[in-house]
Design a protein around this ligand. Sequence first.
Ligand code: ZN
Length: 234
Amino acid sequence: MGMMTGFIRQGLWALADVLFPPTCAGCGSLGAALCPACRAALDWVPPDRALVDLSAPDGLDDFRAALWFGGPAQKALHRLKYRHDVGLAETLAGLVARRLARPELDRHATLIVPVPLSAERLAERGYNQAALLARGLADRWSFRFAPRALSRVRATRSQVGLSRADRLANVEAAFWADRRIVHGRAILLLDDTCTTGATLHDCARALKVAGAGAVHGLAIAQAPLRQATAPVGA
Ligand SMILES: [Zn+2]
């Protein structure tokens, strides 16, 4: 995805916000997709905070989450995911790209890959929220966006209400990576939300089976593990 395309996309979203003022995803006030007060209330995760178990063989090499799942971040992600408010992906990607240091990865050798939806869910929703967020970050951090690197080969049940063991079993062998795209590449793997990290680990394993190098996990929001069995995203 060229830089110019990214600038044009960002410009069009900015223009749309002027022509059709949005309401704030956090508090409903008119004028911005996320108002200054709600931006200030975002709960950023301190860097280098260990949030998922990185000891799984052939799993993630490292992991970073931008925000704690809660407050305006939770409301914005919910609206992006379930209310078709796709412009929020640009808003969130912009905030995250400004707040987090650009990952120190070779921009020529690294692909940014979103966690895919199943074909059924993609058809139902019309878009993959993780892909929209990944594209926004790829534009801003100058990484190649690779939306077709990973696919879901088996529809998983909703993770809501499952125990950690059931969540792990639920995503077993659910992903397939395209060797022609990922072989020899480092991967920045993006999901909108993370709970135990099981989904990201399973994606990382599929990427490595297909010859990818290091896989760096990034989630826009992290659900605190003590809440991992609560209905996240509901
Ligand atoms: Zn607000």
